[in-house]
Design a protein around this ligand. Structure first.
Ligand code: KG4
Ligand code: ZN
Length: 334
């Protein structure tokens, strides 16, 4: 069962062929990072136009890298929600054209569900129930996953997403886009001291599983202004910001697993690629006797292999979509 996955929801144009929901035959990712670095963030119209110019080449490359032709595809899966509408439309139009021309099933996938499914590319035998932390540029949520396609939201951010907190703080520190990647690298390579700058952690009550990162951004801005006369080292800044975000993500995820008596924790989304988050989550899970699965960095950030993988489980459940599927800017997974 060869599924072609297509992802164009934000700033990566990606196509991938995944066999039987587990074997990645190809995963081509054309990043727009250099383009958006010029503006310090994604300009939706610029992203859409870039997807248009890249999609056909990326699709051809994904087939060539998998050593397959169009007749070898059994289904096409595409992210149709949530995301930038113009960007999503590029992938969805391509997927509809392929499904129509090849007479193969079309599978519409929720982008956040696909991030969660990146874990099944690492371990197809994951036993339910599990808790999954999804931390990306637009999302910070903790899900209880009770079965394939069965999600219950346990916690969510009340304001900024974790990736947004990384990106906005990095901007205040004058670090290049995407900020999360810059902060991770500078903190690690410069051996920054995570206790150098005191920054807030919003607890939101002893049992809460929600996040709040907007106070952190305000505190970073204030601390940057206050230290203007005696600048501190960038690695120390990066490590301090990173630790504040990581502390909240680890504490709430562990609390969620404890409250719901879950033995296996998953991570997903671009922020899950953060080296300090992986280290801290691993240590916390080991101490609590929990198992942790984290996809490799290339499967944490946006990619089409995760779309094809999620599509496989839709197909297995008989969830086939029609050519009339729409794109949606926002839709909660649960
Ligand atoms: O999942 P993703 O690729 O796209 C969305 O669906 O949003 O996540 C992008 C986010 C950005 O905010 C980026 O700064 C962050 O993930 N990110 C990281 C790292 N790599 C990507 N944040 C911290 N450390 C990283 N290594
Ligand atoms: Zn994403």
């Amino acid at each position: 069962m060869n599924i072609l996955g297509i992802e164009t929801s934000c700033d990566e144009t990606s196509a991938s062929v995944v066999q039987d929901g587990r074997t990645i035959l190809s995963n081509v990712i054309a990043s727009q990072i250099d383009l958006h670095a010029k503006t310090g963030g994604v300009v939706p119209e610029v992203a859409s136009r870039q997807h248009v110019s890249q999609i056909n080449g990326v699709l051809a490359e994904a087939l060539a890298a998998a050593n397959l032709g169009w007749p070898d595809l059994d289904a096409v899966a595409v992210a149709n929600r949530p995301g930038l509408l113009g960007a999503l439309l590029v992938g969805v139009s391509a997927a509809k054209a392929i499904a129509y021309a090849r007479r193969i099933p079309l599978l519409a996938v929720h982008h956040i569900e696909a991030h969660i499914y990146a874990n099944w590319l690492v371990n197809p035998q994951i036993a339910f129930p599990v808790v999954c932390l999804v931390a990306s540029g637009g999302h910070s949520e903790i899900f209880l996953v009770r079965g394939h396609g069965d999600y219950m939201i346990l916690g969510r951010t009340r304001d900024d997403a974790a990736g947004e907190a990384f990106d906005k703080s990095a901007r205040l520190l004058g670090l290049p886009y995407p900020g999360g990647v810059s902060i991770d690298r500078i903190a690690r390579e410069g051996r920054g001291n995570p206790k150098a700058i005191a920054l807030p952690r919003a607890a939101l009550g002893p049992a809460s599983l929600d996040f709040s990162f907007s106070g952190l951004k305000t505190a970073v801005g204030a601390a940057v202004r206050a230290s203007a006369s005696q600048p501190l080292s960038l690695p120390d800044w990066a490590a301090s910001v990173q630790e504040a975000i990581v502390d909240a993500l680890v504490a709430k995820t562990l609390r969620a697993a404890e409250q719901h008596n879950i033995a296996h924790v998953l991570m997903a989304g671009g922020v899950a690629a953060n080296s300090r988050l992986q280290e801290a989550m691993q240590a916390a899970c080991a101490q609590a006797g929990l198992r942790l699965t984290v996809p490799p960095p290339r499967l944490c950030t946006d990619n089409a292999a995760m779309i094809a993988c999620a599509g496989f489980y839709h197909w297995q459940a008989g969830q086939i979509d029609g050519l009339d599927i729409d794109t949606l800017g926002s839709e909660a997974l649960a």
